[in-house]
Design a protein around this ligand. Structure first.
Ligand code: FES
Length: 122
């Protein structure tokens, strides 16, 4: 059962994450202390490893806000690379073709759960 606990864990209730909201969640990613960004984007819950593809910085290193002004895309607060909030792919010229690492997340029975072998609770 311990294996299951490291592969799936509760993040929050679904109604705690409103559209355009983002939760920064401390966790272990591939065994290292790290964080993820849990977002609700146009109704859908998504999670990304909180690491920019440009430089080894978190997307929120300069500002807590990681959505752009229209809350349509994600934006790294360091140099402003814009990412698709759906796929995590860079939409900026710089780093075009690279993408944020998605973390598997599900929403069921008003519970948001991470279910990803690379991720463990801190
Ligand atoms: S470190 Fe994210 S855009 Fe440069």
């Amino acid at each position: 059962m311990e294996l299951l606990e490291t592969q799936e864990f509760y993040v929050c209730d679904g109604d705690e994450l409103l559209d355009g909201d983002c939760i920064k969640l401390p966790l272990k990613f591939r065994g290292k202390k790290d964080s993820a960004l849990i977002i609700r984007d146009r109704g859908k819950v998504r999670a990304f490893h909180n690491l920019c593809v440009h430089m080894p910085r978190t997307l929120d290193c300069e500002s807590h806000s990681v959505f752009d002004f229209e809350k349509q895309q994600l934006r790294c607060s360091m140099h402003g690379i814009v990412y698709s909030s759906e796929t995590g792919e860079s939409l900026s010229e710089i780093c075009r073709g690279k993408k944020l690492t998605s973390i598997r997340i599900i929403e069921q029975d008003n519970k948001i759960l991470i279910r990803d072998k690379r991720v463990a609770r801190l």
